[in-house]
Write a protein that binds this ligand. Sequence first.
Ligand SMILES: CCC/C=C/C(=O)SCCNC(=O)CCNC(=O)[C@H](O)C(C)(C)COP(=O)([O-])OP(=O)([O-])OC[C@H]1O[C@@H](n2cnc3c(N)ncnc32)[C@H](O)[C@@H]1OP(=O)([O-])[O-]
Length: 303
Amino acid sequence: MALASGVRFAARALLRPWALLRGTTLGRTEPAAGGGGDGARRFGSQRVLVEPDAASGVAVMKLRNPPVNALSLELLTELVISLEKLENDKTFRGVILTSDCPRVFCAGLDLTEICGRNPAHCAEYWKAMQELWLRTYLSSLVLVAAINGACPAGGCIIALSCDCRVLADNPKYRIGLNETLLGIIAPFWLKDTYVNTIGHRASEQALQLGSLFPPAEALQVGLVDQVVPEDQVQSTALSEMARWLAVPDHARQLTKNMMRKATADRLLRQRDADTQNFVSFVCRDSIQKSLQAYLEKLRQRKG
Ligand SMILES: CCC/C=C/C(=O)SCCNC(=O)CCNC(=O)[C@H](O)C(C)(C)COP(=O)([O-])OP(=O)([O-])OC[C@H]1O[C@@H](n2cnc3c(N)ncnc32)[C@H](O)[C@@H]1OP(=O)([O-])[O-]
């Protein structure tokens, strides 16, 4: 299942300059930890570590942007390019997305990318966020989220875009869309993804309340598919992957497209309007003040 050609073209046109300009070392390969057989060579970039296993056709993609995998423009760019590289390599059929940072899967948007930044930067940043969602939500690969830490907001977008989600059973690892608590709102395409996953009433309540679900509640509401002890997240994700890869790719990909295309098309039809809406909303003085206050609160938490 190919991405709509427009999106694929946009991805390349939109992202390539960043990859070059921002000094990522894309494509660097190094022996995977513990050696391993052929095809076990890691590659990726500064903020995304990819551990491919050609024999199984599965790669583990680790977010590595300490301390909390905040989705900086660079991380967004590197995630999309690493995923595109795996999609273009027919050796690979599935990717497990996980975190290389302790206690956190992904802290969501990097608030410093939209706080105190000019509208042009916010627009560039938002287009990269749209691109990551389109790339993951429509991916021809099987994507399994091995959620080994806190997963709020933008981190939850990544997890929601995967085909299934395994969450570590740690009450500190909460997952959900908490945007309203920051004074911002989830875009319609994120709302749609939530509704597609946990249903309309649960989404309506959780979005308005900015709910962050602890593992047991996340499982109960259907936001995650499995909750397992922390030291079993990766192995469980691999077992889930095997279950999905037992299905012939083409039929699975066509079915995934049938289920998701309408949701993605809604954004594709109005990407510019969505970007303008986000920029005009987030650049309002009141919203900037709210985001600044939230960032300050985060920074003081440690004090
Ligand atoms: C609109 C579209 C939808 C998406 C919306 C969003 O994603 S909106 C985003 C919604 N996201 C959230 O609401 C999540 C907000 N974050 C948290 O709740 C917690 O950081 C945590 C639970 C992720 C990790 O707790 P922990 O105790 O392990 O770590 P810690 O708390 O000590 O943080 C370490 C450092 O990272 C900093 N920093 C943290 N997050 C962000 C960020 N997003 N950005 C930038 N920076 C961030 C934090 O300030 C601190 O900086 P310092 O002082 O070292 O300079």
